[in-house]
Write a protein that binds this ligand. Structure first.
Ligand code: GTP
Length: 383
């Protein structure tokens, strides 16, 4: 009498749980890594376009183009009305405003992170125009005092041509960059959608895996605590209640009862009718016990043909009464009920008390069971 016969218990599948945990962790890390790399790569590729405001840059360039046109008109007016003070003041205004716009455009080009090589030549030409305009301001002072405007007009026409050409080149550049930005933004939108989809997929995958893991864990717990043949709890199941029942009995002062049961001459049954018949008897036997015990009692199969009932709040009289009832019920099982052409009896050992340690209660019941066997079997003894 003693330990569980390992031949009749399936091994726990703890390895399965561990491997699922591994797969889960690895899958999550891989996906998270891929997502992070995709975002980082795209950010690097698209950073030139992210912070650029091409709409306002286009507006600045277009406005500057209108300055060039107005400057040309003012030059025309000077040609037609060389002494008109109104024309002088318009020209003065342009010679002051256009360089300021050139500074504004230079700043906007640099701030919008365009590729320097794309706008370098235009910028150099604008700087040159700016310098030439400061010379023209001095020339205009001379014209106001009566000098000939011919040189001024010629230089003004060259500058106006340079400005028109440079601004149209810049407009083309900014438009093409704005088109690229639109494409990048569209791609970015798609990438974000894909990422969100992947994250959702990841969450769903995780939830499914967690659900499966929980089910496997439940199954492992079942396998590790229950006996497949009789569907009763096993020794581990019994022990999971035993110590707390002992503590509770000590605290409440109520007696804890334990009945150990062992089928008599079961080896003979096996040898005579075969193992499948023995299994059948064990199943019927377990069912008969189950019908008799209270819900609060812990019924377990703790060995091959060895069973026990742990009963909280049960004194010796109550325990012996139940033991006798069980013994009677088993010996009354008919051949029809058993499904085998034989009858079955069992020996029982009873122990009750307020033991602090379950092992001590068990040892007393075990000793009583041994007494029942040696005193002729099919009987109850108290330990
Ligand atoms: N069919 C079947 N037999 C089992 C199972 N578990 C243990 N046994 C058998 O139960 C028998 C127990 O034999 P013993 O320990 O000699 O005890 P016994 O023949 O019942 O004799 P006593 O206990 O002294 O009355 C062995 O033949 C085991 O193989 C099981 O799950 N199924």
């Amino acid at each position: 009498m003693g330990l569980v016969d390992s031949r009749y218990h399936r091994p726990m599948k703890l390895g399965t749980v561990k491997s699922i945990g591994w797969q889960l962790g690895l899958g999550f890390t891989l996906l998270a890594g891929i997502c992070a790399m995709a975002v980082a790569l795209y950010n690097f590729h698209a950073r030139q376009y992210m912070g650029s405001d091409y709409t306002s840059l286009v507006a600045v360039v277009v406005r500057s183009q209108s300055h060039a046109v107005m400057f040309r008109n003012a030059l025309e007016d000077l040609r037609k009305r060389p002494g008109d003070p109104d024309v002088f003041s318009r020209l003065e205004n342009f010679l002051w405003r256009i360089p300021q716009h050139i500074d504004g455009i230079s700043f906007s080009l640099q701030a919008n992170q365009l590729s320097k090589s794309d706008y370098h030549a235009s910028l150099a030409r604008l700087q040159d125009v700016k310098e030439r305009m400061s010379e023209m301001r001095q020339q205009l002072d001379g014209i106001i005092l009566g000098a000939s405007p011919e040189k001024f007009l010629h230089q003004g026409q060259v500058i106006e041509n340079d400005l028109a050409l440079t601004y149209s080149m810049l407009e083309e550049l900014v438009h093409s960059e704005a088109a690229k930005q639109r494409i990048v933004m569209e791609r970015l939108g798609r990438t974000i959608s894909v990422l969100i989809f992947m994250i959702l997929l990841l969450i769903v995958g995780l939830l499914i895996s967690l659900f499966k893991l929980k089910r496997k864990h439940h199954k492992v717990m079942q396998l590790s605590q229950f006996d497949e043949l009789t569907k009763l709890g096993n020794r581990r199941y019994l022990l999971s209640f035993a110590e707390s029942f002992c503590k509770q009995s000590q605290r409440s002062g109520c007696s804890l009862g334990l009945i150990l049961m062992d089928i008599d001459h079961f080896k003979y049954v096996n040898d005579t009718f075969g193992h499948p018949a023995g299994d059948q008897i064990l199943r019927v036997f377990a069912g008969a016990l189950k019908d008799e015990v209270r819900e609060i009692d812990v019924l377990a199969r703790i060995g091959g043909e060895e069973f026990c009932v742990l009963m909280p709040d049960t004194d010796v009289d109550g325990a012996v009464k139940l033991a006798e009832r069980l013994r009677q019920k088993v010996s009354d099982l008919t051949q029809q009920q058993l499904g085998v052409a034989t009858s079955v009896t069992m020996s029982l050992g009873v122990a009750t008390g307020h033991e602090a340690i379950f092992k001590h209660l068990y040892a007393r019941a075990d000793k009583a069971l041994y007494q029942a066997k040696t005193n002729g079997r099919n009987r109850v003894e108290i330990g």
